[in-house]
Design a protein around this ligand. Structure first.
Ligand SMILES: [Cu+2]
Length: 150
């Protein structure tokens, strides 16, 4: 590739990237959401996958559902060999990255359930992101025989 060709190629790529950034709305996709059927009078953990198809990082900053008085974002931490759950204000998702909220890692915690959640139920969840967008999803409640905590 000659010097001039390379220059033109680079310029075109730059223009295409810049154009996409302006025209295409930033895409956040949420999939594979589910909630573990909790033991009686216990909070319920929610899991899902968030894809950030944007050219900029985005953060999950909150979640809410009519099924629980409070929904928190939790992370699992290893404190001297003991796994503990901590509430965090947000979870960052780098540009183009996928964040998996799963057992033993980050998850949603539905606290003070306003109705019992049984396998087969469906729960509406609203996820709020740092860019101001809100995603409404439906998460089925499932039993999880292989529960690993969190
Ligand atoms: Cu938790």
């Amino acid at each position: 590739m000659g010097q001039q060709t390379r220059y033109v190629f680079t310029l075109c790529a730059w223009v295409i990237l810049a154009g996409c950034g302006e025209q295409a709305p930033c895409g956040i996709a949420v999939r594979d959401a589910w909630i573990r059927e909790p033991p009686p009078r216990s909070p319920a953990a929610g899991y899902l996958v968030i894809e950030n198809n944007c050219a900029a990082p985005v953060a999950l900053v909150g979640a809410a559902t009519a099924a629980a008085a409070r929904t928190e974002i939790h992370v699992m931490e290893n404190n001297n060999g003991r796994m503990t759950m901590d509430r965090v204000d947000s979870l960052n998702i780098a540009a183009g990255a996928t964040l998996e909220l799963k057992s033993g890692a980050s998850h949603l915690m539905l606290l003070q359930l306003l109705r019992p959640l049984k396998a087969g139920d469906e729960v509406e969840l609203a996820l709020r992101f740092g860019d101001g967008s809100e995603h409404k999803i439906t998460a089925p409640v499932r039993k999880d025989p292989g529960y690993a905590g969190g």
